[in-house]
Design a protein around this ligand. Structure first.
Ligand SMILES: [Mn+2]
Length: 322
């Protein structure tokens, strides 16, 4: 009955008080895919206090806030209590992203370093559980960004990484955490650049909590076909990042969003679609992302949010109609 009333209302779009799409997006949200935003859209410098972004993500229409896992190991119980309270209040799901420092490279030839990395990761997983986070994505199979290629041994590193990941997966499963292996472009990583390599990796690890993480920005560089890449990842797809080729929030024009939505449907993807836009130049974030010019159009805080909210409405509509 409720559904029928909603459908009636959905004949046309109307706006709520905040200018965000309305009952139509509410209707779409009843589908299985959920939409999230990576916190770094809003900042030039990394922060370790993520509670501040929860109301903002909600206001812009998101169900998920993706946070950076880098400093979680430093946090105390009060920190997690505060974070959890806000997540509960705003009905916000939290996920995490991490680009491992070189010292935590589980593909390293230095076996003592790998053991240390596994200790670090176990501490991180314990903290993720405290934050009620069950999904972490990124280049967890190696380190990020890879710049030193002096004695790079891709095949050997791949095998070492698989062995390390088997252990890491068992540790993560104790804390109910899924590890999503992000396929990265050639300028940031070398072990997994394509969905095909990701499948090979995940099948070699052979653990139910090690899945594939695709990102349209990276796929735009490496894949012959973005939609074929999604189909290649298929049942292993565990996490999905979206952004334009220049990492602006999704919009009509350049990326084949309708086809991407169709491919996600074809593989019955029912997990998270997380926006990972970067538009502000400057600071450590801009430096890490190699963003040397402003891509926000000189937007102020309010306009940043308006752009994001309308991007979300666009993608939800496009994916739901695909
Ligand atoms: Mn990504």
């Amino acid at each position: 009955m409720l559904l029928k009333i909603r459908e009636k209302k959905d004949r046309g779009f109307h706006r709520n008080g905040r200018g965000i799409l309305d009952s139509k997006s509410e209707f779409i949200r009843r589908g299985k895919m959920k939409y999230g935003i990576y916190f770094a859209y809003w900042v030039r410098e990394y922060v370790d206090e993520f509670t501040q972004f929860i109301p903002r993500a909600k206001k812009d229409g998101f169900d998920i806030l993706e946070i950076g896992a880098f400093d979680l190991v430093k946090q105390n119980d009060a920190y997690f209590e505060h974070l959890n309270e806000a997540a509960k209040e705003y009905d916000m799901i939290l996920t995490a992203g991490y680009g491992p420092s070189r010292q935590y490279n589980i593909a390293s030839k230095d076996t003592a370093a790998v053991e240390k990395a596994l200790v670090f990761y176990e501490n991180m997983f314990r903290q993720l559980q405290k934050a009620n986070i069950h999904s972490i994505g990124g280049g967890l199979y190696s380190y990020w960004p890879v710049t030193d290629v002096a004695d790079l041994d891709k095949e050997g590193d791949f095998d070492r990484s698989v062995q390390g990941m088997k252990k890491m997966a068992d540790l993560a499963s104790r804390y109910d955490v899924t590890l999503n292996m992000e396929s990265l472009n050639r300028f940031e990583g070398y072990l997994i650049n394509t969905a095909e390599e990701a499948v090979k990796y995940v099948e070699a690890v052979d653990k139910p909590n090690v899945r594939i993480h695709l990102d349209t920005f990276h796929m735009n560089v490496e894949e012959v076909s973005i939609t074929d890449a999604i189909k290649t990842a298929g049942k292993y797809l565990g996490h999905f990042h979206v952004g334009e080729a220049n990492r602006q929030p999704p919009k009509p024009g350049r990326m084949p969003w309708a086809e991407i939505g169709k491919a996600l449907k074809e593989v019955s993807y029912d997990k998270y679609v997380v926006f990972e836009p970067f538009v502000l130049k400057g600071g450590k974030v801009g430096e890490d992302i190699h963003l040397w010019r402003d891509l926000s159009g000189g937007a102020d805080e309010e306009e940043m949010d308006r752009t994001l909210a309308s991007s979300l409405a666009y993608l939800k509509k496009t994916f739901s109609e695909a």
